[in-house]
Design a protein around this ligand. Structure first.
Ligand code: PEP
Ligand code: MG
Length: 583
């Protein structure tokens, strides 16, 4: 039995069988299979070579017609290598001798050859062929990955997915009826992969660092999403202990569900509004089930997930209408315009230049303001939906006043177009901005004159304030919403909103972490938007404390000098004031 620690990102306990997934473009981890699985791995490897060979022959034929023999011969050479015995036999003997997974054996065989070729130098005839072998490796691995995903689809579960890293799209495609938990070597608390795991209700631990070599496919794995622990091959006693913890967690969740219709009100009678964060329209139902009073953040970029074409205006509109219908009348929906880029999938249809620093690059609103047609399509759909429910519009990643003014100008143009065309919409639609870049936080009192509401995006605010990548597990200590610099910025934003009498909401992962609820209330926040799963827990904290206590805690926390001190203090105060949860 091995126990590993990482970053807990989605609560609950999951127990299941290990399936290691490799992601495109990432190193293949060294891993083993059970002795009984060796023949199966060899068969998988042979099938993948055969499929890649067939694809190469098809490309050879197609290219011969279009571009002639000289080019099509390249694919012919690939096919010959894939059909020949050398690579197959080398891979087979590595699987047989070492009990390696097919993916690892293939990457080792081809990696060794590529390295020896590269040593010959580019002027050598063979030295210049290493790119072909890399291409062959990529194709075979692609087939092996396809088989893996097929295996997951056809399995009855429960499976635990283990990976170096998973993209938000890969995570979103996991089926929670088969996949019960998620563990990755990389990633951080506010990575979008973690956010999706939360949305799917999958217990997840990320940022473990290299560990896949220690796992055999098919082993039993326990994911403790609360403590951030992963247990490989648990002994019988541990397994039983965790089975009962998993059941306890389910009961607790059931108990929390009973809180659905009670208001989020402090003991001294101050009302707090809890909204849900969603990525997919169907999650509006989760908001309903957990007692959210509306949607405070709809991350619409997920409409682009897995698509090769940009969604049409109708597709945008239909998605928004689904949310409005699911939520029911009178419940607000804050639709955030596209926040694509950085770790959120780039569209195949866009020619986005690779960037050295994508988190500081043409992301989000910067991308929309450079692609006005795309931006206007979405704005039209949002405005049309505003004729059917309480729709509000929000712009992400705003860093200057000029940007927010430009967004409002574009919105005005679209409103005029709709008006001219006689399409109904709410011409007083509330317009808000995310405050998630330090420059916007610093100028919050000026931004407050431009918009109807603020929403504080702590995931990015923490990342940009501390210059610490939100997805980098090695910076998990530094990347902390409890950092005094972040707390001061939040305080400034809230004060500016109050001074100018506009609403202020907080929608980063911090708002779903019960450790911070007391502090956020004390800093003046009365609206939180969070993953619906966490609503009952946060409501429990709100209902257990008074605003007077919360204000005192916030004042003291804001005097402290480090994230560590703040966290220690908050734990202490929470244990004292909400013992039933933190005791
Ligand atoms: C944030 O940055 O806090 C936020 C809510 O937006 P996202 O996580 O989608 O970047
Ligand atoms: Mg953000």
């Amino acid at each position: 039995m091995k126990i590993l620690s990482g970053i807990s990102v989605s609560p609950g306990v999951a127990i299941g069988t290990a399936v290691v997934l490799d992601a495109e473009g990432q190193r293949v981890s060294a891993r083993h299979v059970e002795a009984s699985q060796v023949e199966n791995e060899i068969a998988r490897m042979r099938q993948a070579f055969a499929a890649a060979a067939r694809a190469a022959r098809e490309s050879q034929r197609a290219v011969a017609d279009k571009l002639g023999r000289q080019i099509s011969d390249i694919f012919g050479a690939h096919a010959q290598l894939l059909e020949g015995q050398v690579l197959l036999q080398k891979s087979e003997s590595l699987i047989r001798q070492n009990h390696w997974a097919a993916e690892y054996a293939v990457s080792q065989v081809l990696g060794d050859i590529v390295q020896s070729m590269a040593r010959l130098g580019p002027e050598n005839r063979f030295g210049s062929r290493s790119a072909d072998l890399l291409d062959i490796e990529r194709q075979v691995l692609q087939h092996l990955r396809g088989q893996r995903r097929e295996q997951i689809r056809s399995s009855r579960g429960p499976l635990i997915i283990l990976a170096t890293d998973l993209s938000p799209s890969e995570t979103a495609n996991l089926d929670p009826s088969q996949v019960h938990g998620l563990v990755t070597e990389g990633g951080g608390k506010a990575s979008h992969t973690a956010i999706i795991a939360g949305a799917l209700g999958l217990p997840a631990v990320v940022g473990l660092g290299p560990f896949l070599e220690e796992v055999t496919d098919g082993s039993t794995i326990i994911v403790d999403g609360q403590a951030g622990q992963v247990i490989i091959d648990p002994d019988e006693e541990t397994l039983q202990r965790y089975q009962s913890r998993r059941d306890d967690f389910r009961h607790l969740e059931q108990k929390w569900l009973q809180l659905r219709d009670v208001p989020a009100v402090t003991r001294d009678n101050h009302r707090v509004t809890l909204f849900g964060n969603i990525e997919f329209p169907h999650e509006a139902r989760h908001c309903q089930e957990r007692g959210a009073e509306g949607v405070g953040l709809y991350r619409t970029e997920f409409l682009y997930l897995g698509k090769t074409e940009d969604p049409t205006e109708e597709e945008h509109f239909e998605a928004y209408m689904q949310v409005i219908r699911e939520l029911g009348p009178g419940r607000p929906v804050v639709i955030r315009t596209l926040d694509l880029g950085a770790d959120k999938f780039h569209m195949a249809s866009w020619k986005v230049e690779p960037e050295r620093n994508p988190f500081l690059g043409v992301r989000s609103i910067r991308l929309c303001l450079r692609n006005l047609a795309l931006f206007k399509t979405q704005l039209r759909a949002i405005l049309r939906a505003s004729g059917h429910g309480d729709v509000r519009i929000m712009f992400p990643m705003i860093s200057t006043l000029a940007e927010i003014r430009q967004c409002k100008l574009v919105l005005n143009e679209v409103q005029e177009d709709l008006h001219d065309a006689g399409v109904p919409f709410n011409d007083r639609i509330p317009v808000g901005t995310m405050i998630e870049v330090p420059s916007a936080a610093i100028l919050a009192d000026q931004f407050a004159r431009e918009v109807d509401f603020f929403s504080i995006g702590t995931n990015d605010l923490v990342q940009y304030t501390l210059a610490a990548d939100r997805t980098n597990e090695n910076l998990a200590q530094l990347y902390s919403p409890a950092d005094p610099a972040v707390l001061r910025l939040i305080r400034m934003i809230v004060d500016a909103a109050h001074k100018h009498n506009i609403e202020v909401n907080i929608c980063g992962e911090m708002s779903g972490d019960s450790l911070y609820t007391l502090l956020l209330l004390g800093m003046g926040l009365r609206q939180l938007s969070l993953t619906p799963q966490h609503i009952p827990e946060i409501k429990t904290v709100i209902r257990s404390v008074t605003l007077t206590e919360a204000k005192r805690v916030a004042e003291e926390a804001l005097r402290l000098e480090s994230a560590r001190d703040v966290l220690t203090y908050l734990r202490e105060q929470n244990r004292r004031l909400v013992p039933e949860m933190f005791g």
